[in-house]
Structures are given as C-alpha cells and as structure tokens.
Design a protein around this ligand. Structure first.
Ligand code: FES
Ligand code: MG
Length: 578
C-alpha cells in the first residue's frame, strides 16, 4: 500500500495540463492529437521512460520490446507512460570511446526530464556508460526515478566450453597470435561468444555498474542480476512501471535514497563483486551529482576491508553472471557482506536494504563465496600514489599475476596507440618480460575520452615465448572484462603535462601494491628539466561537442564529469516557466 504524500493537483505535470489558460489549452489539444482522452492524463502521474535502445546496441536490443512491458506496468498502476529515447552509447560500436559520450547522455537525460511534463522516471540502460550517464542526469533532475537494468546476456559457448565476454576474446586472441588456434576455431569462437541480447556477462563495467546501482538502492531488489533473456526480466520491467507510479505519489526522490551511506554500500558491493576499474570513475561522478563527496580514499578504505567473494571472471576462475543469478544474485551476495553494509537505508522499493535482502539466500557457495572462502582476501581494486601519479592511479590486483604486485622494471614508452600497436606486433622489438609498457596521451583529454586501451597487448615476441602478463601503465582506462597487471587512470594525465609525460625509455619504474606506491626513479631536478622542455601535443578538437568536452572535462580522480554539470557549479537550475 502506498502512502500518498502528493495530491493530483500537486503533480508536476498538472502545471502543463490543469490551468484554464491558453498554454494549457495547447498542451491538452496536442496530447489529444495523439489520441489520448482527458481521463488518461487528468490527475495521473506522467512517467518518462528514458530508453537507450538503438538498432546498433546489441546489449539493449530487447529494450525495443521491454519498453512495452514497462508501459504496461505504468498503465496498470494508474499512470501514463511517455517514452523518451536517449543516445544509446553502444560500447561495441561507438568510437573513439563511449566515455566521450557518457556526459552527453547525462546532459540529455537531465534535460529530457526537466523539459517535459513528467512526474517520475524509469531509466532503461545497462551497457557500460549508459548506467552512469542515465543515473547522473536523472539524479541532477531530481524527480522520483527507478533504474531498469538491461541484464546480462547468456553464457557464451564454444565446443561445450563456456566463453565470457571480452575476457575470453583477449585470452584466445593471444593464443591465436601465438599460433595455437586455427582460423576455423577463431570463427567458431566469434559465433559462440555472444549468444543473446543483454550486456557483457563477465564482471565487466556493465555488470559492475548495474550491481552498484542496485546497491545504492535505485533498482528493485535483485533486478541487476536477472539475465536479459529470462522471463523474469519481463516481469521486472512491468514491476518497475507499477512501482514508479507509487513512488511519485510517495514523493520518493533520489535525494532521499542516494545518501552517503548508500554510496558506502555501493563501494563495499563493488569490492565484493571484484568490480571493473571503471567503477571508480563512474561512482565518483554519480555520487557527486547526489551531493556526496566520494573520493579515491573511500575506495582505498573499502578495498582493505572487503574481500572479493563473487567468483566471476575475470577476477574469478570460472563463472559468469548467469551463474551468479542462479546462485541467488546480488541480494544473496549482500547477505554475505552484511557486516560491511548500512542496512537501514531506504531504497526504491520503499523498504530498507535490510528488508530487501531479509529472505535472500545463497544457492551455490562456490559462485558466491563466504568471506572466509573469498577468492581474494582484500578488495578488488587498489589506489596507488607516488611521483608518477600524484593524484593517484588504479590497479586490479585480483586480476593480475601475484608476482607483479611488487615489481621494478625499465620503461618502454609509446606516445600513441597506433605506434604502440605496430611496435608490439614487431617480433624484433627490444623488450623483456620485466619491462613496464607505457601508453600515454590516452587520458580524458589526450585520448580523447580516456579510451579502454589500458590493457596494452603483450608484445608478440613475448607471447610466443609464453608470456601472458606484464606490467602496463597508462592514463587510459581498460575494459572491466580485461585482466593483467595494468596500472590505469594515472592522474594528472600526460596530455596536460602530468609526470607520465616525462618518462623516458629505460627509466626505472617501481610499484608496490601492498604499500600502495608507484615510483619513477628519476630525480626531481631531472624531472623539472624535462618538464621545461615538454610541449603539449596538438589540440584534439577545434569545434563541436569534442571542443566543449575538452574545455570542461575533469581528471579521472574527479570522476570525469564536466565541471559545469557538477552539483555545486552555480545555483540549482530552475524549473521551466510554463
Ligand atoms: Fe555492452 Fe559490454 S558491450 S555491456
Ligand atoms: Mg566494457
């Protein structure tokens, strides 16, 4: 039973439709033009459904139909659904990187909501940047909202072997480069690795961000773990439609849910899931939209306390998101780390987190481990600092060979992706397995958009010798499905003259994950000399969206939001005059 805090005449949409004036005459006559009768909107919540479907986003292919299920739910609960399409940010196809467009989706979402006659919002997303983009924008808009995750695709299959998105592509690509896989086998892998609509089903950025959104309290319980192709996903879609109507009457706004405690919960869950490194950037940006000052320190604190208990690739050995769902999904995982969670926070269900997970159970102890049988005793991510990264950088210790957690080696530096790719394919490259491969000019401004180039390929010569991991360092990001001793998000980035810009071939770089340090063994005096001689690379954009992006993007440790979109930039935006 919903506890009504609002009356029909207090609905935001009533400002468009209720007054006896010429403007409202226009709104009423134009909604009637679409075939709606007055009884269908009068006194009813209008629900925006922000849908990131497109013909070229395989992860959201089912949204074309699922949106009808959301609408069905809205109608059943006495609302009127309004579908508002938004940019799809298809991770597989958009170049140079969807990260360039996360903030565009956030802006679009915020303005779609603010400018239209709507009272509540259902967000439909899941593929990597779509979750943070939608969440950031809708949080800034501030109307009651609920998130419907796309859900993971089914497990991949090749000759009876289970294949995971991304992770197995990288793995078998190295085998092919080493000459261990035939063309026919490679073609069969291509046909078997992505078998249904839905997001990547490894613990990549998509699965991570959907789980994080649930743990903040912005999805209905269990929503983030349901495979896209499961009939339960259809039922969840209509349930979101029903629930958002009640949330409007209850005036359950995102500000009431997205508290500091809710974000602390999401960081603990991210660690227990063995999350994507991208989670750090997105969570900081999302939290700041909610007015919560989350920083790298918060991840560092949680990473020391919360073990990785989700045995899902790439941190885990074996399983995928489909197995995680059968094992009980996110509510079950949360029961295992309940000591690290604030259970009294309210969620979109109208219940507390504690109430949401009260009856959750783990059905497979190998997929969702206990804290005693964790697959990695400390958290998934570590934040390193030092003269090479004064504002921090990130490594995923759970997904790299343990011998690299403490390592010193000579730098081999590349200034751009094409030259790095060419060199690593050259079998005469002067490189050893101890080298630290460096890619620069791949950060937020330099990339541009901080592409997922951080898992630099192992040089072909070494692959043939059997080398499968080495230390790689960049100001880029990497896919959450990637793995290896990759140090990412170096801040400040090289393109703006951060210390990474000053590294030369042969300089010794040392990392010590236990001490959380990263050091460039070059004197301050020498670095100052190099800095004086340094010249900024050419400007990337002189017009268009890229130009605006370049003027306003913040560094990785700040979440890569645009400065002018952050909550404390100027006075709040007023509601539109009608
Ligand atoms: Fe869409 Fe991985 S490509 S989630
Ligand atoms: Mg990805």
């Amino acid at each position: 039973m919903t506890s009504k805090k609002k009356t029909p005449d207090q609905l935001r949409s009533a400002r468009w439709f209720a007054p006896d004036d010429l403007r409202s005459f226009g709104h009423r006559s134009r909604i009637m033009q679409m075939g709606y009768a007055a009884t269908e909107w009068t006194g009813k919540p209008l629900i925006a459904i922000v849908n990131t479907w497109s013909d070229i986003n395989p992860c959201h292919a089912h949204f074309k139909h699922r949106v009808e299920d959301v609408k069905r739910g809205v109608l059943q609960a006495g609302g009127l659904p309004i579908e508002l399409p938004a940019i799809s940010v298809s991770e597989s196809f958009v170049k140079p990187t969807t990260m360039l467009y996360r903030n565009m989706l956030a802006m679009e979402t915020e303005e779609l909501i603010r400018s239209h006659p709507v009272d509540g919002v259902v967000l439909m997303g899941g593929c990597d940047k779509s979750t943070p983009g939608l969440m950031m924008g809708a949080t800034s808009a501030g109307l009651p909202m609920i998130y419907l995750p796309a859900g993971p695709m089914l497990r991949g299959n090749w000759k009876g072997k289970i294949l995971g998105s991304g992770s197995d592509a990288w793995k078998f690509w190295d085998e092919r480069r080493a000459g261990n896989i035939s063309n026919q086998e490679w073609n069969d892998i291509e046909a078997g690795i992505a078998r249904s609509y839905g997001t990547c089903m490894t613990m990549g950025t998509a699965a991570t961000m959907m789980a994080i959104t649930e743990s903040i309290g912005m999805t209905l319980p269990g929503a983030s773990s349901i495979p896209a192709a499961d009939a339960g996903h259809i039922r969840m879609s209509s349930e979101c439609g029903r629930r958002i109507v009640d949330m409007v009457w209850e005036d359950l706004t995102p500000q009431k849910i997205q508290t500091r405690k809710a974000y602390e919960n999401s960081i603990a869950v991210a660690m227990a899931m063995g999350c994507s490194t991208n989670a750090i950037i997105h969570l900081i940006a999302m939290a700041r939209r909610a007015g919560q000052d989350i920083s790298l320190e918060d991840f560092e604190i949680a990473s020391r306390k919360v073990p990785v208990i989700a045995n899902i690739r790439p941190s885990g050995e074996e399983y995928l998101m489909e197995d995680f769902f059968y094992a009980g999904g996110l509510p079950a995982l949360m029961t295992r780390i309940r000591d690290h969670l604030h259970l009294d926070v309210v969620t979109v269900s109208g219940q507390t987190l504690g109430e949401n997970i009260a009856h959750a159970q783990v059905h497979n102890d190998d997929v969702i481990r206990s804290t005693e049988t964790a697959i990695y005793a400390e958290g998934a991510l570590a934040v390193l600092k030092g003269n090479l990264a004064p504002d921090g950088c990130v490594i995923k210790p759970s997904a790299c060979e343990p011998r690299f957690l403490k390592h010193s080696g000579p730098a081999l530096v590349f200034d751009d992706y094409p030259s790095m790719k060419k060199a690593t394919d050259d079998e005469n490259l002067d490189v050893t397995a101890d080298h630290v491969l460096i890619l620069r000019n791949a950060g937020p401004l330099g990339g541009p958009g901080m592409p997922e180039w951080g898992m630099l390929p192992i040089p072909k010569k070494l692959v043939k010798q059997g080398v499968r991991d080495m230390v790689r360092l960049s100001d880029a990001r990497m896919s959450g499905t990637s793995y290896g001793a990759c140090i990412l998000h170096v801040a400040p980035e090289s393109y703006i003259g951060g210390p990474l810009a000053l590294v030369q071939n042969g300089d010794i770089i040392s990392l010590d994950v236990d001490k959380r340090t990263i050091t460039l063994d070059v004197s301050d005096a020498e670095l100052a000399k190099r800095k004086a001689a340094w010249k900024q690379p050419e400007v990337r954009y002189e017009r268009g969206y890229g130009w605006m992006f370049s003027k306003h993007i913040k560094q990785a440790d700040q979440g890569c939001d645009f400065d002018f979109l952050e909550t404390d930039f100027g006075a709040p935006v007023r509601e539109p005059d009608i």
